[in-house]
Every structure is written in structure tokens, then in C-alpha cells.
Design a binder for this molecule. Structure first.
Ligand code: S3P
Length: 166
């Protein structure tokens, strides 16, 4: 079975959904951000501050292509769909689930977040970023799951109800 790749904006719940899917399926879970931190020995904010976003994006592509394409669940970073190369790779190799969350809900969930360099960059219009990225999430998605107002367990039930997902 193809690995599941969870995509969606920051705060859409990819990591929590991956953990809950693990509880149900016992398939190994991976997280591209965590793999980047382990491989390059720097935190995500350190990579953005010391090397810049383009270098982070190169690391992210390297890591994406190193993930197992069979029998795993992989939570990805919210910007992974920005590069054509990554979208092509995801469409060719993954079973992609887009966790779609409204701007209202994302901004409530991340109100106190200090850990995400793009979220904390005052110069960036994050609502516009969500609008700009949405067509890319839709382009790669095999399944779209709206997460608005839903508990993680309900999202997981919805994912597992589709036999193509596991
Ligand atoms: C990013 C999202 C983050 C992380 C990095 C960049 C983005 O992951 O990859 O800070 O560009 O949206 P999460 O989506 O898990 O927050």
C-alpha cells in the first residue's frame, strides 16, 4: 500500500492526525520537519534564521524524497506543496490527504504559536498565503478532509472509512 502523506496549512492538525492514525493502524509515522531537524541538526527556526527559506526548501525536498513510499504515514510541512518538484513527486508516489482548515480556525489555533518562522513573520500576509497555497493542496490531494470544528478522532474515522486510504 502506498504511504499516506498528510498535507495542509500550518495548524491544520497533520501531526495530531498522524499520531491518531498510528494508534489505529500501527503503521510507522514520520514527520518531514522532524526528519529535517534530525538530519541537519538544527531546529526549524534556526534553519530559517541561519540559512534562509530557500535552503530550508531544499532540505525539505531531499527529505520528502527519502521517505518510504510504502506502508507509512507521513506528516509534511505546510509549504511542501510550493515546489512543482514536490507536487509531482507526491502525485507519483503518495496517497495524499489534504486536511482543509478555514482561515478562522487556523488563526485561532495558532494564536500563541512562537515556533513557526513563517507564521511569526509579521511581514507576511498569512491569510493570502493560505489562499495562494490552497490550489496546490487541491492539486496533489487524493482525498480532501475538512477539519473545521472536528475532533481528531472524527477526522481519523473519516480517513479510515475510505478503504483506499489504508
Ligand atoms: C511551514 C510549515 C511548517 C514548517 C516550516 C514552514 C510553511 O510546518 O515546515 O515552519 O511554510 O507553512 P507545519 O505545517 O507542520 O507547521
Amino acid at each position: 500500500m502506498r504511504s499516506i502523506y498528510l498535507v495542509g496549512f500550518m495548524g491544520s492538525g497533520k501531526s495530531s492526525v498522524a499520531e491518531a492514525l498510528y494508534e489505529k493502524t500501527k503503521k510507522p509515522i514520520l514527520d518531514t520537519d522532524q526528519l529535517i531537524v534530525e538530519k541537519y541538526n538544527l531546529t526549524i527556526p534556526e534553519i530559517f534564521a541561519q540559512k534562509g527559506e530557500p535552503v530550508f526548501r531544499e532540505y525539505e525536498t531531499n527529505i520528502l524524497k527519502s521517505t518510504p513510499i510504502e506502508d507509512a504515514i507521513i506528516a509534511t510541512g505546510g509549504g511542501i506543496i510550493e515546489k512543482d518538484e514536490n507536487r509531482t513527486w507526491l502525485k507519483e508516489n503518495g496517497r495524499v490527504i489534504f486536511l482543509q482548515t478555514s482561515w478562522e480556525e487556523i488563526s485561532l489555533r495558532l494564536v500563541d504559536d512562537q515556533s513557526r518562522p513563517i507564521w511569526n513573520n509579521q511581514a507576511r500576509d498569512k491569510q493570502k498565503l493560505l489562499e495562494d497555497r490552497t490550489p496546490f493542496y487541491l492539486e496533489v490531494a487524493d482525498t480532501i478532509v475538512s477539519t473545521n470544528g472536528k475532533k481528531v478522532e472524527d477526522i481519523v474515522k473519516e480517513i479510515l472509512a475510505d478503504e483506499n486510504n489504508l
